[in-house]
Design a protein around this ligand. Structure first.
Ligand SMILES: [Zn+2]
Length: 375
């Protein structure tokens, strides 16, 4: 399989479902070949790779990530935009936007990238905008492309307050953090090597407001959406909301850990709380005022038809046809990255969710327009 086949169009954390990711078999083989071989393969792939003797232990550090100049989104907020949606050796893991706010109290970073090297690049970019120190990190959820860059920030600024939803903090410590660390290293053929897991060290609750002087950040959580622990961050003065992966810009989010009716409920509540005309900043794709509306339409189109398919007991292919006929879904096919390789799977996940709700004694039809889902 040609490496070109690992198109950047595949969305972000669909990473977890290896079946849909071309090239995965080869990477699995590499991963299974043992640490020694892995290190040698890494060094062979990256001519710029560095080896360091630190703490009497030899370790490898992947190459630097090319600079991505930040774009200004609002008075205080900037974004380092990731053009790709999936980690590859070519993009060195740069697949998730890094957003930062320059406040009276210092720089606050919302989702800090996939690796040490990406965090280092983000710090270089922050330095093109301000000399203020970074004073806090936030992550929106537990997928590693959103927080493994914390290592670079702790190296540069010491131990920082690093905030997350309690579920997210807990599951990063227990399993997701090290799992994502390993997966990103494999998917990038070692470009992220040298990254250490720094889990969040503070929790934030729904409704909590953190005061950074001229910027106040309000935390929002409305149950399961993209994951059970999504926290969205509203920068009140800037009328801007960082939504993580609850909504994406013309990409299909991985719903393996999420919920369709939960997402619809979450987005409806978030819009009510923050105002429909807020600027929505996704973890993937561009920021815009239409991001939430786009995502809600697509999910409503998938979910409502999946419910019908479930009620009628349709076969998977017929269910897919039904969903794809809906204009809210069909209209998005052309403009959505990774559509062909993912839409079938996401329709199955929606039908499966209806089935699971029924097995749990709930009526999925009662959740047609969305409902709060909690673990
Ligand atoms: Zn995610």
């Amino acid at each position: 399989m040609k490496r070109r086949d690992r198109t950047s169009a595949v969305p972000l954390d669909s990473a977890l479902s290896s079946a849909s990711v071309p090239g995965m078999a080869r990477r699995r083989f590499l991963a299974a070949s043992g640490a020694l071989f892995g290190a040698a393969a890494t060094a062979a792939f990256w001519p710029e790779i560095s080896a360091f003797a630190k703490d009497t232990e030899l370790f490898l550090k992947g190459p630097p990530v090319p600079d991505v100049p930040p774009q200004r989104l609002s008075e205080h907020v900037w974004m380092i935009w990731a053009k790709d949606g999936f980690p590859t050796p070519e993009n060195r893991g740069m697949m998730c936007n890094i957003t930062f706010a320059v406040t009276q109290k210092g720089v606050v970073v919302l989702d800090c990238g996939s690796s040490l090297q990406i965090g280092e690049m983000a710090i270089r970019m922050i330095r093109t905008v301000t000399d203020k120190p970074v004073v806090a990190l936030f992550t929106t959820h537990y997928h590693g492309d959103h927080y493994l860059g914390a290592h670079a920030f702790f190296e540069a600024f010491g131990e920082l307050p690093f905030y997350a939803h309690p579920y997210t903090k807990d599951i990063i410590e227990k399993k997701e953090g090290s799992m994502w660390l390993n997966m990103l290293e494999r998917w990038t053929s070692g470009a992220t090597a040298g990254t250490k897991l720094i889990p969040p060290n503070r929790v934030v609750q729904h409704g909590q407001v953190l005061d950074f002087g001229d910027v106040k950040i309000r935390c929002h959580h409305y149950g399961v959406a993209h994951t059970p622990g999504d926290m969205c961050y509203e920068l009140i003065e800037d009328r801007l909301v960082h939504v993580g992966d609850v909504a994406m810009d013309r990409r299909i989010a991985n719903m393996d850990d999420g919920s369709y009716p939960g997402s619809l409920h979450y987005m409806t509540e978030l819009e009510k709380a923050c105002g429909a005309d807020a600027l929505w900043v996704p973890g993937h794709g561009h920021a815009g005022k239409g991001v939430l509306k786009w995502q809600k339409e697509l999910f409503a189109g998938i979910w409502e038809n999946a419910l019908q398919a479930f009620e009628e007991g349709l076969e998977p292919l017929a269910a897919k046809e039904l969903v794809l006929k809906d204009p809210r879904v069909a209209s998005k096919a052309k403009e959505t990255a990774g559509w062909e390789s993912n839409i079938g799977k996401y329709i199955s996940i929606a039908v499966l969710e209806a089935e699971k709700m029924t097995l749990a004694g709930k009526d999925p039809m009662a959740c047609r327009a969305g409902c709060r889902i909690d673990l």
